[in-house]
Design a protein around this ligand. Sequence first.
Ligand code: GDP
Length: 324
Amino acid sequence: MDIKTVADKIIAGDRRALARAITLVESGRSDHREQAQALLEAVKGAGRQAVRIGLSGTPGVGKSTFIESFGCMLTAAGLRVAVLAVDPSSNRSGGSILGDKTRMERLSRDPLAYIRPSPSQSQLGGVARRSREAVALCEAAGFDIVLIETVGVGQSETMVAEMADLFVLLLAPAGGDELQGVKRGIMEMADLIFVNKADGDLKSAAMRTCADYAGALRLLRKRPQDPETFPKAMTVSALEEEGLSKAWATMQELVDWRRANGFFAGTRAQQARYWFDQDVRQGLLGKLDTGEIPELMNRLGEAVATGEITPSAAAAQALAKLSE
Ligand code: GDP
């Protein structure tokens, strides 16, 4: 089937075409890569824009429960929801920990929802690029909301923040001193912090944790892309479906403000530059593993180790070969 036909099917909302297209962008084969690029160009014309929400949190905070409840609330309102995962730890042997359909049973049966299991890849750079392209495909397919989930392990959060319009950090109620467990860099990325499990015995702890984070957020530098009162911390209960409509209203408030003030498009433009830069860097790094380069690196490495040549002279030789 030619690229144009596949693109038209995706734009028309054909699920199987979308699933196959995502498999194509996830493939490492160079002929697939070319087709994927042509397909991404072809769907771009659809000119559709979803709200891309990045969601991060350590295992056990309730990400899948939240996505299930939140996603079902959105589909009940008639919105189409896609769920993708950036899973830094997944590879064939270890198995995937995110995006698993069985975790979100109700949502996965919902005709307005599409849940994509995470790709199996060991290299985070590659995973991120493919996820970003999968987001673009879902957007072209007409989803209103694309949720991009990741586990909190540092670099993957940066990647997700760079492909999202909104970045949400999900936390669980904690003892007072656990505030430091969230790195400052991650706090700085968050547009919203949701303290989950604000129900039953955990409710008062959740409210305390929320107040602590609200205080911590106030101490951060004001960002131009934030209206007054943002970033913000709120309590939710994914299990009891409490606070979810308020959470959604708050997200919409932020998106509307950013749209009205040029920060929505501005952030996407910046992100496009970021990914262009990343792709070039990844491509250059990839060159180290191709052709005669690994052998040359090995040889020069030996020569450096024995003192035959200085590290900088050897590096100059390797770089000269790379730029041939
Ligand atoms: P994930 O690892 O972040 O995806 O977390 P899960 O969604 O699998 O949830 C981990 C555990 O926390 C499960 O036992 C859930 O039932 C529980 N959980 C999730 N959300 C809530 C909530 O809002 N309240 C309470 N009390 N438990 C929750």
